[in-house]
Design a protein around this ligand. Structure first.
Ligand SMILES: [Zn+2]
Length: 107
């Protein structure tokens, strides 16, 4: 499994692809797929068929599609810039992420 540098509730920016430059909050990280869902970014139209038994109306549903983690960068809450993150170990042994621009510790 690849190392994941992004966590739920992070603010991220998309660095490549058609949603490039879009910012949003991470709703879900899927480490095994190497993807994440970002709120309001990369909408995909999903066609649904009406199913009266399930009270589903047919039509087009817009839903966020997962984005590759490689294409996302964390926006550091301290310096407010898309930042590369590193990992460091605190004195008590817990690993934390930090911003390589301003050195702030990220949760
Ligand atoms: Zn920073």
């Amino acid at each position: 499994m690849q190392k994941v540098h992004i966590k739920k509730d992070d603010k991220v920016v998309v660095t490549t692809g058609k949603s490039r430059g879009a910012e949003g909050r991470v709703l879900k990280v899927m480490p095994t797929a190497g993807r994440a869902i970002v709120e309001g970014v990369n909408f995909m139209k999903k066609h649904t068929r009406p199913n009266p038994q399930k009270q589903v109306q047919g039509g087009i549903l817009e839903k966020e599609a997962p984005i590759r983690l490689d294409n996302l960068m964390v926006i550091c809450p301290e310096c407010n810039k898309p930042s590369r993150t590193g990992r460091k170990r605190l004195e008590d042994g817990t690993g934390v992420r930090f911003c390589k621009s301003c050195n702030a510790t990220l949760s």
